[in-house]
Design a protein around this ligand. Structure first.
Ligand code: DAT
Ligand code: MG
Length: 151
């Protein structure tokens, strides 16, 4: 169960605003394990696949263009309940509804500039990890401090 994985991304606004280190640091400090990471500017086509569930929404095209507008940081993180906990650490989709202490609540205001992405379920995490990473780029390793993180 502590092998659960999620897909997280620092969006182009988060990269431009210098928030990559802070966001990675929050997940590291919490005790989660980094499994894969890359800085990459991706095509609109790739993002249409990533956001396929939102096709038809009025903001879809703008979202795709924004996400393709600059490099983003794509990551896979692993640990107990990491999908749900990751979403909680991100905050609400609307930054104005996000609590201080969450990434969006601390660093963002507008929905279309909300800094980060996180998978919304274990099932979509699986799909997103497959879309963004080759299996060979997911690192299987033991963290020495796991005995200090998990009872
Ligand atoms: P989340 O990123 O919290 O999973 P989502 O999957 O519903 O939210 O939407 C993906 C992104 O699209 C979201 O991070 C910001 C943007 N978005 C969502 N709803 C929006 C809206 N009503 N107006 C503008 N942008 C929106
Ligand atoms: Mg979503």
């Amino acid at each position: 169960k502590s092998g659960e994985r999620t897909f997280l991304a620092v969006k182009p606004d988060g990269v431009q605003r210098g928030l990559v280190g802070d966001i990675i640091s929050r997940f590291e400090k919490r005790g989660y394990k980094l499994v894969a990471l890359k800085l990459q500017q991706v095509s609109e086509d790739h993002l249409r696949k990533h956001y396929a569930d939102l096709k038809g929404k009025p903001f879809f095209e703008g979202l795709v263009k924004f996400m393709a507008s600059g490099p983003l940081v794509a990551m896979v993180w692993e640990g107990l309940d990491v999908v749900k906990q990751g979403r909680a650490m991100l905050g609400e989709t609307n930054p104005l509804a996000s609590k201080p202490g969450s990434i969006r609540g601390d660093y963002s205001i507008d929905m279309g500039r909300n800094i980060c992405h996180g998978s919304d379920s274990v099932e979509s995490a699986k799909k997103e990890i497959e879309l963004w990473f080759d299996a060979k780029d997911l690192c299987d390793y033991k963290k020495a401090n796991d005995v200090w993180v998990y009872e």
